[in-house]
Design a protein around this ligand. Structure first.
Ligand code: ADP
Ligand code: ZN
Ligand code: ZN
Length: 753
């Protein structure tokens, strides 16, 4: 047989396919992974098309170096998803397809080893005889592996690895010794391995609590769904949304035993809690029926999890935003927990919204999707208003004794409160409430969305503030590290001992961060066991998990932290939540700031009283502000309706669609010139009447890492008008060459400005 031509997607910003010759006898298929020569290197890419023709003469085409025939091709549906994402977010296909694959899959040298994950090991008579004697008595883990193998006669690689971390190495050695054989599992066997039987599905429900009336109603609606059915599950904090997800999964697997479900959570830190919950209830299932997929996994784990999803072996894939691009050939249900969370938005490279792609996927596959939240995004709420999504509501907490916490606003503008400022902004009522909790052994949580010791260090004589040399931002004082840190670029420096302007040595920290609050609390309540959780205290991998566990175990009296502590965690013993310094977001230039603040504070207060009574104290200088008033009433709906009315009047999203053109340059002038020229190009394009173009402006933090940044906003009430304008605009942008401009990019549906 001769050659065919394969057109391959490679990670490359230029939106073209690369043609290669391929030996026809290898029967290349679209969706298969190949390694190809590219310049002086070799790259892994995905076959997009197989054809007979190329615009490049055949003799000049290079040849495919390796084809991963054992790995099933990525399906046409997955490729359609990638195509959609590339088009919608204005990127080259290769910038979607390749980053969606784990690194291990993108290294051809690892392909063989990855497939070992789907090997089956069988014990041979020689092994039955020799193995027990060959292992020393103290090698308990190895003996356990041998015993399991002996008992079942065979083991899958995944099952073996669960018994011993080095199982594959051991089994290979045992094979060398002639004690075991190995064979590759067929595709059908892989799916079979984790296919649910009626009895395992029933076991799912065995340990289950009796559903509340509201939960039962919600599930009835979900179970009655057919085809593409988007649900907004609007449930107050603690209403038992997780139980609803689990039951929806169980029902799906009872109906379609080989189906797959995708469960998205906004943060890596929330995956262990979910995983433990699902695993406890899925106890009768093979471990690899559930895999997690997030950026915190070691490379090998992540590749194995990705493959388990791709081969159909994983029934439930639990992951963060990147999991929305996983290959799931049997996907039949999608769940997006805390759908409002900004973490679903990728803020670099391909700036996608995992929630929005999840909805697109559900529509493409004609399957149900559940979007859960106590504070839905206004985009989602609007869809529910318009009946695009079915709204399901849980108004009560699931645990019978638990009621929603009582919220009090502490007026910090009152003269009496101002005089208490010496206590680092902790008002007397809040301190008293903390003491009360301490006295009766209950936990408190204090939310302050600012890490570090103090957000700035300033000269008391001339007002100079220590700034980052690389960014137009203040340096944050980190007292424990004895240093100053830039939260934009990571720049680290020593604490200056004198003012750079006037030489005055009397420098004072301005404002407060979590470290300072922790210090003040320790001084005020010396008997309390205080823990701080923020990005600084959890920098080490896995440390967040240990810290959260110590809270759950009751080893902590007061937990201080940033938004990391506000989300999703089911802390059973917290009865008091305090909120400090939240006011700034009320007056932000970003129209979504109040939506985010409301969600954050409602989530934070949702940590209180999950097992019984609870109280929330919010310190504010604006207690009459409608946002706080709505919060005190637990009135998400009121807040959403008012805010949506304001958005409608201002024609802001979700009543319009936006895109940003960002420019980064060595000088601000160059960035603005690039944007001005881009604006002129857009204005000259025909058919862009329905798109409003705003003037280029410098970004709020204009300089980061010596790079000057500016952007230009486009807006339209028609999504398709905006999309076609962007598409027509792109080639003109590519042609613009302006000195000192480093990069530019388009962001569709930006969330933050
Ligand atoms: P949400 O995600 O809605 O904030 P969770 O799913 O964390 O709420 O549930 C809150 C608590 O209620 C959990 O401790 C959970 O075990 C419990 N729970 C959920 N459903 C029920 C039920 N039907 N009966 C009793 N407890 C329940
Ligand atoms: Zn000074
Ligand atoms: Zn900096």
């Amino acid at each position: 047989m001769g050659n065919v031509i394969v057109r391959v997607v490679l990670e490359h910003p230029v939106p073209v396919l690369f043609d290669y010759r391929c030996d026809a006898s290898t029967s290349p298929l679209p969706g298969q992974l190949v390694r190809v020569p590219f310049g002086k290197r070799y790259l892994v890419g995905l076959i997009w098309e197989v054809t007979q023709h190329s615009d490049v003469p055949l003799e000049r085409l290079r040849e495919v170096d390796a084809l991963w025939a054992e790995c099933p091709p990525l399906t046409a549906q997955w490729r359609a998803l990638a195509t959609f994402a590339a088009n919608y977010y204005q990127r080259a296909l290769g910038e979607v397809v390749l980053p969606a694959l784990p690194q291990g899959v993108r290294e051809a040298s690892r392909w063989g080893r990855l497939l070992a994950a789907s090997q089956i090991y069988r014990i041979l008579p020689a092994g039955i005889e020799a193995l027990p004697a060959a292992l020393p008595p103290q090698a308990t883990a190895r003996r356990r592996l041998a015993a399991a193998l002996h008992e079942a006669g065979k083991l899958t690689a995944a099952a073996a690895r669960a018994l011993h971390p080095q199982a594959i190495k051991l089994l290979d050695a045992w094979q060398q010794a002639g004690w075991v054989t190995q064979e590759a599992e067929t595709a059908a066997q892989q799916v079979e391995a984790t296919t649910a039987t009626a009895s395992t599905v029933n076991r799912l429900l065995e340990a289950a609590p009796e559903l509340t009336v509201e939960q039962a109603d919600v599930l009835e609606a979900i179970h009655g769904a057919h085809g593409f059915a988007p649900f907004l599950l609007h449930g107050v904090t603690g209403s038992g949304k997780t139980e609803v997800y689990l039951r929806a999964l169980a029902t799906l697997l009872a109906r379609e035993p080989a189906a797959q479900a995708l469960v998205l959570v906004p943060e890596i830190n929330l995956t262990p809690q979910f995983e433990a919950f699902f695993r406890a209830r899925l106890a009768a299932w093979p471990t690899d029926a559930l895999v997690t997929l997030h950026s915190g996994l070691a490379e090998g784990e992540r590749s194995r999890a990705w493959l388990a999803a791709h081969t159909g072996r994983a029934r439930i894939v639990l992951g963060t935003r990147l999991a929305v691009l996983a290959s799931l050939p049997r996907l039949a249900l999608i769940i997006v927990d805390e759908e409002h969370d900004a973490a679903y938005k990728q803020q670099e490279k391909l700036r996608y919204s995992a929630r929005d792609l999840a909805i697109w996927r559900a529509k493409q596959l004609n399957i149900p999707i559940i979007l859960g939240s106590a504070t839905p995004s206004l985009e989602t709420w609007r869809h529910a208003q318009l009946k695009h999504y079915t709204r399901l509501t849980l108004t009560q907490r699931a645990v019978a004794e638990a009621v929603l916490p009582v919220t009090q606003l502490i007026d910090m503008s009152a003269p009496k409160r101002r005089s208490e400022a010496g206590l680092e902004g902790l008002s007397t009522p809040l301190l008293d409430a903390l003491r009360e909790r301490l006295a009766c052994g209950e936990q408190s949580l204090i939310f302050l969305n600012r890490r570090g010791y103090a957000p700035a260090l300033s000269c008391t004589a001339c007002g100079w503030v220590a700034g980052c040399v690389r960014c137009s931002a203040f340096l944050v004082l980190h007292k424990q590290e004895r240093g100053m840190r830039c939260h934009h670029c990571g720049w680290h420096s020593r604490i200056p001992h004198a003012c750079a302007e006037c030489g005055n040595v009397d420098l004072a920290p301005l404002g407060r961060g979590t470290q300072k609050l922790e210090e003040a609390l320790a001084a005020a309540l010396p008997e309390a066991r205080i823990l701080r959780i923020d990005a600084d205290s959890t920098r080490r991998k896995g440390s967040a998990q240990a810290l959260f566990a110590s809270v759950s175990a009751g080893e902590i009296d007061i937990l201080v932290g940033t938004q990391m502590i506000a989300k999703g965690h089911d802390f059973q013993r917290v009865t008091l939540v305090g909120v400090l310094n939240a006011d700034a977001a009320l007056f932000s230039h970003d129209f979504r700031a109040s939506e985010r603040l409301f969600a954050q504070l409602l989530q934070a207060s949702g940590r209180a009283g999950r097992a019984g009574h609870g109280e929330v104290l919010i310190q504010t200088r604006y207690p009459q502000h409608p946002l706080y008033q709505a919060l005190a009433r637990h009135d998400y709906v009121g807040f959403a309706e008012t805010t949506l009315a304001e958005r409608e009047q201002a024609r802001l999203p979700p009543f319009s669609y936006q895109a940003l053109l960002r420019a980064e340059a060595r000088t601000l002038e160059a960035a603005l010139t690039f944007l001005a020229r881009s604006a002129a190009e857009l204005d000259a394009l025909p058919g862009t009447e329905r798109v409003t173009r705003y003037e280029p402006v410098p970004m709020l933090i204009v300089k980061v890492m010596h790079v000057q940044r500016a952007h230009l906003l486009l807006e339209s009430t028609s999504r398709s008008a905006l999309q076609s304008a962007l598409r027509a605009w792109q080639p003109h942008l590519q042609a613009l060459k302006i000195k000192d401009v480093l990069r530019w990019s388009i962001e569709v549906d930006p969330l933050e400005f």
